[in-house]
Design a protein around this ligand. Structure first.
Ligand SMILES: Nc1ncnc2c1ncn2[C@@H]1O[C@H](COP(=O)(O)OP(=O)(O)OP(=O)(O)O)[C@@H](O)[C@H]1O
Ligand SMILES: O=P(O)(O)OC[C@H]1O[C@H](OP(=O)(O)OP(=O)(O)O)[C@H](O)[C@@H]1O
Length: 205
């Protein structure tokens, strides 16, 4: 069975929960991106790319639900995991705060262009979206955007940059994702793993 795990902040939680479910995780070392431990293989990918690997044939992965939603990934999501908890929110400089309904024509900086488009479309508000790959809070600060859509966890980054949360768009957590074909062809094995992970989640949290 092949697992793809996200590099970065979700890695520790991912390894921990798999180990507790009895999977002996061995992470690639040095510049390696893939390693084997008996019947299991472990791949390390950028967090944004994890659902792509699972959609295209890797059996199982752990990803942020924000990424799965943003990419509209065609994967099976059997289980929410108890880490990586945060939210996607619309935020604006404190002194420029307006109602969301008054944001027609606003420029919104974000890494999450699809979710942002959907959010404003559903409200019938037309905005211009500026795609960034991080440090989104900088954009309104220097005036290239009016507001941002970004992840909020503690709220410290918003506060440090003079922004306030106007509206929560969605709650986020790490999720288990499974390749759709694999879920059917290796049902017993996959289901066994899901049940073990569910047990860990229920016992510990
Ligand atoms: N405070 C947080 N900020 C950002 N992401 C968080 C936070 N808390 C949990 N997450 C989850 O972690 C994922 C991002 O992880 P990480 O920051 O390692 O990836 P990244 O932003 O793609 O990395 P990079 O900085 O290398 O581009 C998010 O998609 C989200 O699901
Ligand atoms: O509410 P907080 O606890 O402050 O966390 C949210 C911040 O953390 C993340 O940034 P990250 O450090 O991953 O950098 P990035 O903006 O370059 O992605 C996210 O994009 C926010 O900026």
């Amino acid at each position: 069975m092949r697992f793809v795990l996200p590099k970065g902040r979700l890695l520790t939680g991912s390894v921990e929960i798999l180990q507790k479910a009895g999977i002996e995780v061995r992470l690639p070392q040095g510049r390696e991106l893939m390693t084997k431990n008996g019947e299991y293989s472990f791949l390390l990918a950028k967090s944004f790319d994890v659902p792509v690997y699972v959609e295209h044939g890797i059996d199982i992965g752990i990803a942020g639900s924000d990424i799965v939603e943003e990419r509209e990934s065609d994967v099976f999501v059997p289980l929410e995991l108890p880490f990586g908890k945060c939210r996607l929110s619309l935020a604006i400089p404190k002194e420029k705060s307006v109602k969301v309904e008054e944001m027609d024509g606003f420029r919104i900086a974000t890494k999450y262009t699809n979710l942002t488009r959907k959010f404003f479309n559903e409200k019938g508000i037309e905005v211009e979206i500026i795609k960034l790959h991080g440090s989104t809070e900088l954009a309104p600060k220097i005036g290239i955007a009016d507001a941002i859509v970004d992840i909020v966890e503690t709220g410290n980054t918003l506060l440090a940059n003079g922004l306030i949360e106007l509206e929560k768009i969605m709650d986020i957590s790490a999720v288990l994702i499974v390749n759709r074909i694999c879920q059917k062809t290796r049902f017993e094995e996959i289901n066994g793993l899901i049940l073990k992970l569910k047990g860990v989640v229920e016992d510990e949290f």
